[in-house]
Design a protein around this ligand. Structure first.
Ligand code: GLN
Length: 480
């Protein structure tokens, strides 16, 4: 069996039909990780003992002829911003280098309850702040499609393991684009669900009103399978929504004929790479050929999205990261004389430069005298951005855009220029601010072979439509 091409759906069949045992599969994946991940640097921590224990339980069930849970034996990886009981969880930061959480993130617990096996934790930008994975305290991740380039961020490790085939699927988090943009850079599928669709319990907080958990997969169908398992109300997260979770797999294979798909002019203006534009436009043509009606639309406040995001996200981050003080858990500076000395040195030594920059920006935006001018103003613009989408969705069923303005850039290319790094999320932050779902599906490549993603945005809680549209693109491209 070739483990490189395994999907969630095909692994499910292989295990159910006893073509392979879960134990053998897990062992094969660890062998591949040990041979290939050294250069990529996508895994931070492996949990072999725990994974093999879980694999044995699945094999015992299968041996007794019991009904297997829906994800039985499927090897997955988890972004290191999600806590895992007994397994080190760093959030890519030195300040949590020694942190062993006493509980599991709900999304991870749900995958494990469904039989999935966690192979390990993946590298990411520190506290999910970044667009290239170069802000990790554990070194950058390399893009498996071109090792001179970044995998995107902040969930770069989770995108890379799926692209490299060192896990069948993974979980990431998206606050301003961190699932969709790395999916686009690595040539895999990345789904950000509606805000509240998936519990944030156990997701180490960056910006709580923007943080989302979602899957990375090789196929759109796999994203549908995983979303169904992780979605739904969780009493441990009061912002998780009590909205019924449909069987998303039913959407796979449904036609797009008669659907109205909006093309926002603002997402195709200057700054868009010519290769990206060409691939996205041909995917739009393909959906039109499949019977969808293509409707030009406008999202007029788009130009304010990046500054709005960087005020709100940093404000929330400055509050959320106040908890890392060396008192309760995580890193504590060893040589301190007074309490305030300990706070100061712990945070100075524990946080990297980007995290410090954001804490300063956010604290400034929230300080009295500036609160109204920055934070309050940003909240008002956030409402306008959400209203742009509301108006658009009165006319169309989904919106099509490029996921990112460029393909994967070179390592080091943007590290000295935070503003140009922030612009990597120009097409993704709007959905986070509005709380709507988005998916990135591969839609082609540049002349030099770098993957390009098409982004599909939808109405609140309408992930089904996104999956349906994305699947048509995937299917039409593969049958060419
Ligand atoms: N790149 C964006 C940032 O740096 C988004 C990160 C994310 O979605 N976690 O904030």
């Amino acid at each position: 069996m070739d483990i490189n091409t395994l999907t969630v759906a095909s692994t499910r069949t292989a295990i159910a039909e006893k073509q392979i045992t879960a134990t053998r599969l897990v062992e094969d994946f660890y062998q591949k990780i040990k041979a290939e991940d050294g250069d990529i640097n996508a895994f931070l921590t492996l949990c072999e003992h725990r994974a093999l224990g879980q694999a044995k339980r699945i094999d015992d069930l299968a041996g007794r002829g019991d009904v297997l849970p829906p994800l039985a034996g499927i090897p997955i990886a988890i972004k290191d911003v999600m806590v895992t009981r007994g397994i080190r969880s760093t959030a890519g930061s030195k300040i949590l280098d020694n942190f062993i959480p006493p509980y599991d993130c709900t999304a991870v617990a749900r995958l494990e309850a469904a039989g999935a096996i966690v192979l390990g934790k993946t590298n990411c930008d520190e506290f999910a702040m970044g667009s290239s994975n170069e802000n990790s305290a554990y070194g950058p991740v390399r893009n498996p499609r071109d090792s001179t380039r970044v995998p995107g961020g902040s969930s770069g490790g989770s995108a890379a393991v799926v692209a490299a085939g060192t896990a069948v699927a993974s979980l990431g988090s998206d606050t301003g684009g961190s699932i969709r943009q790395p999916a686009s850079f690595c040539g895999v599928v990345g789904l950000m669900p509606t805000y509240g669709r998936v519990s944030r319990y156990g997701l180490i907080a960056f910006a709580s009103s923007l943080d989302h958990v979602g899957p990375f997969t090789k196929t759109v169908k796999d994203a549908a399978i995983l979303l169904r398992v992780i979605a739904g109300r969780d009493p441990m997260d009061s912002t998780s929504a009590d909205v019924p979770v449909p069987d998303y797999e039913q959407e796979i294979g449904k036609p797009v004929r008669g659907m109205k798909l909006g093309i926002p002019a603002e997402y195709f203006s200057e700054g868009l790479d010519v290769g990206v534009r060409a691939a996205v436009e041909s995917a739009i043509q393909l959906l039109s050929d499949a019977g969808a009606e293509i409707v030009p639309i406008s999202l007029p406040h788009t130009q304010y999205a990046i500054p709005t995001y960087y005020v709100i996200a940093t404000a929330e981050a400055s509050a959320n990261l106040a908890r890392y003080d060396g008192v309760r858990y995580g890193y504590r500076s060893p040589e301190v004389r007074t309490l305030s000395d300990m706070y100061r040195k712990t945070r100075d030594e524990g946080f990297g430069p980007e995290v410090k920059r954001r804490i300063m920006l956010g604290t400034y935006a929230l300080s009295s005298g500036y609160y109204d001018a920055y934070y309050l103003k940003a909240q008002k613009v956030r409402t306008l951005l959400a209203r742009d989408f509301q108006n658009a969705f009165a006319k169309v069923d989904a919106i099509l855009t490029p996921t990112a303005p460029t393909p994967a850039f070179k390592l080091g290319e943007k590290t000295d220029d935070p503003l140009s790094m922030y612009l990597a999320d120009i097409y993704t932050v709007t959905a986070d601010l509005a709380g709507i779902p988005g998916i990135s599906v591969p839609c082609g490549q540049t002349k030099s072979g770098l993957p390009i993603g098409l982004q599909v945005l939808g109405k609140h809680f309408d992930e089904g439509t996104l999956l349906r549209v994305a699947h048509v693109v995937e299917h039409e491209l593969s049958s060419r």
